[in-house]
Design a protein around this ligand. Structure first.
Ligand SMILES: Nc1ncnc2c1ncn2[C@@H]1O[C@H](COP(=O)(O)OP(=O)(O)OP(=O)(O)O)[C@@H](O)[C@H]1O
Ligand SMILES: [Mg+2]
Length: 352
């Protein structure tokens, strides 16, 4: 992938707990990590995907760009979870030019919103596993009011939103450029963020099943706040090991293990649905991302309940990283949180 000067974009992942920003640079030796930074936003700034404090969030974005000395104004952002519907639908095989009309006329039955309230996009995935006369199409619908809100936010931050992607696709984008990853094995990408979890089962760069749910690390913080009468900030510091005298470590451990087990059960259900469906292929590889990877017991639980290799993503592995700018200790902590921003930074202005 060659970036022309004009078409490169800064990837901006606006999570409900952390915003992350990444800029890549084409060098003679390959694609390099040019800029990367993260900053925590105040709890309550984004609730169920909705921006509650536009001014505050725009300021956080401006501050993050300033602190990382990012001058490029063209950005790629993404939305996910609450107002995005992703479905694989089945329709009779037809040429690409005819697909658009049929998708628009059929979309209504698959989307729980008024069709006039959503932007629709789609991608032909190829022949259906059921019949050669049928094809699978990936249908994506994003609520227009949500997109408008994010565009306003980016303008308010003094930036130009060039691409509005979907979190799950941006993550897949980052995963696909990783070296050594066998793309032939059925692979499950799991992102457990603060407020949502996204699951994407892939084979050979094609999505076979996608699911979102509202599990996330906020559940841990909420339980700690309730049990120990502390603020969300204090709970977060306790979970991150920054303070250890206000909340008992055993208490955190018990809550983390219990929630990890519950996330794991939800994931097993999706895997079982996939495995008992049309395909008799097993999920062989699981790649974890998002703040949930730090939750005690989560990876072990998946390992013990699913017969698959489980690893934590490090999207920096695909890039040339200057150790002086980004020391190993930083890369280890930031790696699981970074893939969506990196996947977005890989996009170019003229991408669909
Ligand atoms: N080093 C760490 N140790 C423990 N927990 C951590 C660590 N780093 C992050 N977390 C947890 O992960 C959360 C952030 O994860 P992430 O950045 O994936 O969420 P997000 O993208 O902001 O949320 P969402 O995608 O759901 O909107 C934090 O709120 C925190 O609870
Ligand atoms: Mg996230």
């Amino acid at each position: 992938m060659i970036f022309g000067k004009k078409d490169h974009l800064v990837g901006l992942d606006i999570g409900s707990s952390f915003i992350k920003v990444a800029e890549l640079k084409e060098t003679g030796k390959g694609l390099a990590l040019h800029k990367f930074g993260m900053s925590r936003i105040l709890p309550g700034t984004i609730v169920e995907g909705k921006i509650m404090d536009m001014e505050g969030l725009a300021k956080d974005i401006r501050t993050l760009f300033k602190s990382q000395k990012i001058r490029e104004k063209n950005v790629a952002i993404s939305t996910g979870g609450h107002s995005v519907v992703i479905k694989t639908i089945n329709t009779s095989t037809r040429p690409e030019q005819e697909l658009q009309d049929i998708i628009y006329s059929e979309a209504e039955q698959y989307i729980p919103y008024d069709i006039d309230d959503v932007n629709i996009d789609y991608q032909a995935l190829g022949e259906s596993e059921f019949s050669p006369d049928q094809m699978n199409v990936l249908l994506v619908a994003v609520k227009k009011d949500l997109v408008a809100e994010y565009i306003d936010l980016i303008h308010l931050a003094g930036l130009n939103p060039k691409i509005i992607d979907v979190d799950t696709f941006a993550l897949q984008n980052a995963y696909e450029i990783l070296p050594y990853e066998s793309q032939e094995k059925v692979t499950l990408l799991i992102d457990v963020g603060a407020s949502k979890t996204s699951l994407n089962i892939l084979k050979a760069n094609s999505s076979l099943m996608m699911r979102d749910n509202v599990s996330g690390t906020n559940q841990i913080l909420e339980e700690i706040c309730g049990q120990f009468d502390v603020t969300v900030d204090e709970a977060e510091q306790a979970v991150n090991g920054e303070v250890n005298d206000i909340v008992s470590q055993d208490g955190i451990r018990e809550i983390s293990l219990r929630l990890a087990q519950s996330w794991c059960s939800e994931i097993c259900e999706v895997v079982n649905t996939y495995q008992t469906g049309a395909s008799d292929e097993k999920v062989e590889k699981i790649i974890l991302s998002g703040g949930g990877v730090f939750t005690e017991g989560f990876k072990d639980c998946l390992l013990s309940e699913l017969d698959a290799d489980v690893s934590i993503i490090n999207p920096f592995e695909a890039l040339i990283v200057n150790e002086k700018k980004f020391p190993d200790s930083f890369i280890t902590k930031a790696g699981p949180l970074a893939p969506i921003a990196i996947g977005l930074a890989l996009r170019r202005v003229d991408d669909k």
